[in-house]
Ligand binder design. Structure first.
Ligand code: GUN
Ligand code: ZN
Length: 457
């Protein structure tokens, strides 16, 4: 693990910095009414949970001697970022050239995921992946494994070792992939059930029943997934829908009785609360209505949708239908682990759709909005008292260009927009999990080819 603090640190900790969090959805409005912002704020954390936030001038005088104060002047504290759809086995194939979805799966994804039969490989990638999330300020994610149950054992073991709140599941697929990557309806049921019993609610871990997408599951397997979803109503359902036009046409051939792609999942009992659907690009009004009334969720994956040439997400239509929307990287089709960079691309996708993403809505989506999408807003997403104290210290002047641009900004809205447009992992100064530092960015020092520091200062 990266820089962490000594275990004997105080159980009562105070963090002083400019501080921003959201109490509700700001929608398209440019008014900061849904946000709470303290120019000189204090975040009080007791035993890993938020005790209070407020102005430092008011709260500092009330603290006893047992509080340990950490100051981050000039930075910005926000709740930890939440990634509502990402594939950990695809870490090693990010940036694979040239294809759209179906060819990309066959050419790159399936061979890469085949390696996760090996638990040592799975553990190695899981550890790297979680460190990469922390470097990017992501503290919670909804994660797909591979088809191998051992991929999820390795993932949850690595997440538990870091005390991270993670949601994950073994992929189900019993057709249209290489034989070595197929399970069966029965295996899918039994392996998922065993993983649920082993991991769901174990510490901070939560399980997601994860049929990959309709084309790689038979109806018998989708039925098995629906049965699990009924038997374990507080688990998650996690899959892809309506990402790519060729995929949509293929689903219509494979399930000729269906009203739409989404309807295939609906008929198998997979539309419900805590059911998260990645992409949702090629839906109709009835589909959106079904998602809203069932409590199902859309994961908006802008870097992936641009990279695979899949299409443009319609946030306005989701809002009008009243569907919950989370923000997601979808690595390895997504091209960045950074939710700041994901917001940068989200803004551009919506521009191409004639829609706007205000900086307030953007930071809401990366925090409380995605917590709501994952039905975790009673635990995470802002600094209300009692919430789990996962948070990020952002550096709005992380690069020379950001510092120069920052000198010209006049208000919070502009500062947030610069952060989301120019920021990435370099803008994450530190990441805290349950009030403890789990990552601290060390500025890269110039190193001469001889290995000596080039700059004695
Ligand atoms: N649809 C089915 N599997 C995948 C996947 O791994 N990535 C993306 N982007 N879409 C999918
Ligand atoms: Zn995906």
């Amino acid at each position: 693990m990266t820089a962490t603090e000594p275990a004997e640190l105080a159980s009562r900790r105070a963090f002083r910095a400019p501080l921003l969090h959201f109490l509700s959805d700001p929608g398209p409005s440019l008014s900061p009414a849904a946000a709470e912002y303290f120019e000189d704020g204090l975040l009080l954390v007791e035993n890993g949970h938020v005790e209070r936030v407020g102005p430092a001038a008011e709260l500092l005088g009330q603290l006893g001697e047992d509080w340990l104060l950490t100051e981050h002047p000039g930075k910005l504290i926000v709740p930890g970022f939440i990634d509502s759809h990402i594939h950990y086995p695809q870490t090693d194939m990010i940036a694979s050239y040239g294809e759209q979805l179906l060819e990309w799966l066959n050419q790159y994804t399936f061979p890469t995921e085949g390696r996760f039969a090996d638990p040592a490989h799975a553990a190695d990638v899981a550890n790297f992946f979680l460190e990469e999330l922390l470097r990017n300020g992501t503290t919670t994610a909804l994660v797909l494994g591979s088809v191998h149950p051992q991929s999820i054992d390795a993932f949850f073991a690595a997440a538990s070792a870091r005390n991270l709140r993670m949601l994950a599941g073994k992929v189900l697929m019993d057709r249209h992939a290489p034989d070595s990557l197929l399970d069966t309806p029965e295996l899918a049921y039994h392996d998922s059930k065993a993983l649920i019993e082993r991991w769901h609610g174990q510490g901070r871990q939560l399980y997601a029943i994860t049929p990959r997408f309709a084309p790689t599951s038979t109806e018998a397997q989708l039925e098995a997934a629906g049965r699990l979803a009924r038997e374990y109503p507080d688990t998650y359902v996690h899959t892809h829908v309506a990402e790519n036009q060729s995929e949509v046409a293929w689903v219509a051939e494979l399930f000729p009785w269906s009203r739409s792609y989404l309807d295939v999942y609906d008929r198998h009992g997979l539309l419900r609360e805590r059911a998260v659907y990645a992409h949702c690009l090629h839906l109709n009004e009835r589909d959106r209505q079904r998602m809203a009334e069932s409590g199902a969720v859309m994961a908006f994956c802008p870097t992936s949708n641009l990279f695979l040439g899949s299409g443009l997400f319609d946030l306005e239509a989701a809002d009008e239908a009243g569907v919950r929307v989370g923000l997601a990287t979808d690595v390895g089709a997504g091209t960045s682990f950074s939710l700041l960079q994901t917001l940068n691309e989200a803004y551009k996708v919506l521009q191409l759709n004639g829609q706007k993403l205000s900086p307030y809505r953007a930071f809401y989506l990366a925090t409380l909005g995605s917590a709501r999408a994952l039905y975790l807003d009673h635990l995470l997403g802002n600094f209300e008292p009692g919430k789990e104290a996962d948070f990020v210290v952002l550096d709005p002047a992380a690069t020379p260009l950001m510092a120069r641009r920052l000198a010209k900004v006049e208000n919070l809205l502009e500062r947030l927009f610069v952060l989301m447009t120019l920021g990435d992992d370099r803008a994450v100064a530190a990441t805290y999990i349950m009030g403890r530092e789990a990552h601290r960015r060390c500025a890269p020092s110039a190193v001469a080819l001889s290995g000596r520091s080039a700059d004695p200062a």
